[in-house]
Structures are given as structure tokens and as C-alpha cells.
Design a protein around this ligand. Structure first.
Ligand SMILES: CC(C)(COP(=O)(O)OP(=O)(O)OC[C@H]1O[C@@H](n2cnc3c(N)ncnc32)[C@H](O)[C@@H]1OP(=O)(O)O)[C@@H](O)C(=O)NCCC(=O)NCCS
Length: 157
């Protein structure tokens, strides 16, 4: 994979590895969830408290319907992709670590997750002003189905 390096001055090649999330990722995932840009892109924009988050994570990890993948580069976590099986489809969502945004990581981890998860159709809900995520979805083959209340509904069949 080719990404911009942190200085933006050149390109470096990095390998992204996806692993399943565990309860040990709770603090990391909460920090990414409570990042202001992540919140602005979410349906629920309020900060989440640790106890509530831990309960949410435990429930996700114990559910057969949910898969959470942590993306790592050189053993360092750089993003997360979550898939929730909702009956006829699976809903995909993603976040890149704030310090790692703008380097091509989002597009790479979503593309990887789409391959690893395998199931179709996949859907994604994206705020209409979230241009980076719109680009990621379209690069990964998602097609816009409809728009409602400032959200775009994408599907990959
Ligand atoms: C949205 C997010 C996942 C993007 O991840 P990223 O690693 O920064 O994105 P990438 O660097 O892979 O960029 C993806 C594409 O969007 C483009 N892009 C990046 N920022 C952009 C912007 N502000 N406007 C338009 N395009 C943009 C990139 O150029 C790239 O397109 P290209 O491959 O054609 O050059 C990341 O910013 C994030 O985690 N945001 C907070 C949480 C969030 O929004 N999650 C998604 C909810 S649907």
C-alpha cells in the first residue's frame, strides 16, 4: 500500500493488518469515538462515558452479529472497522485514528474489511458533508441509494 508519510513530503509503503478487537481496546476505541471530528460525523454527537462505552463494547464483542476489526501498522493501531449484521444486510462503519488521517489509511482499511467480511450486501450511512468517507465508500464500490436528513445511504452488492 502506498500512503503519504506523516510530513506529507513523500510516500512510504506500509502494510496494514486487521485483527479482531478485544476488551483491551476499550480506551483506544473510546478516545477515537470521542474525538470531535468523529463525533461530528456520527449520528450521536455527544461524548460517551467510559462505563457506557465498556458496556457497549462488551455487548458488541459477545454478539455473533458484530465484528470489530482494529487496523494496525507496524503493530500500532491506526483505525477501526465495525460490521453489524442486520438481517438482510450488514452495516459497515469506520474510523481512522486522528493522528493518522489524510494518509490513505481509511480507504485501505475499508477495502480490506470489505474483502475480509465477504458478506453482501453491505451498507454504510455517511453524513452528506463527510467528503473523505464518501470518497472511501465510492472507491470501495459502494453505490449511493438515497439521501435523507443530511445522511447518504450507500450499498455494496
Ligand atoms: C473519514 C475518515 C475515515 C477518512 O479517513 P482517512 O484515512 O483520513 O482518508 P483517506 O486518507 O483514506 O482519504 C480517502 C479519500 O478521501 C479524500 N479526502 C480526504 N479528506 C478529504 C476531504 N476533506 N474532502 C474531500 N476528499 C477528501 C482523499 O484524497 C482520498 O481520496 P483519493 O484516494 O481519491 O485521494 C477519517 O477522517 C475519520 O476517521 N473521520 C472521523 C470518523 C468518520 O468520519 N468516520 C466515517 C463515518 S461514515
Amino acid at each position: 500500500m502506498e500512503i503519504l508519510d506523516a510530513s506529507g513530503l513523500g510516500h512510504v509503503s506500509v502494510m496494514i493488518h486487521l485483527r479482531s478487537a478485544t476488551e483491551d481496546d476499550a480506551a483506544l476505541l473510546l478516545a477515537w469515538r470521542n474525538d470531535p471530528i468523529t463525533r461530528a460525523a456520527s449520528r450521536s454527537t455527544e461524548p460517551v462515558e467510559f462505563a457506557v462505552h465498556l458496556q457497549w463494547l462488551r455487548s458488541n464483542l459477545s454478539s455473533q452479529a458484530v465484528k470489530i476489526f482494529i487496523a494496525e501498522h507496524d503493530g500500532r493501531p491506526v483505525g477501526v472497522v465495525r460490521a453489524v449484521h442486520c438481517g438482510e444486510y450488514s452495516e459497515l462503519s469506520w474510523t481512522v485514528a486522528p493522528v493518522d488521517r489524510g494518509k490513505g489509511i481509511g480507504a485501505e482499511i475499508v477495502s480490506r474489511a470489505v474483502s475480509v467480511i465477504g458478506v453482501r450486501p453491505l451498507r454504510a450511512e455517511i453524513r452528506s458533508e463527510n467528503n473523505a468517507s464518501i470518497r472511501i465508500a465510492e472507491k470501495c464500490g459502494f453505490v449511493l441509494q438515497r439521501e435523507r436528513d443530511h445522511f447518504l445511504f450507500y450499498q455494496l452488492v
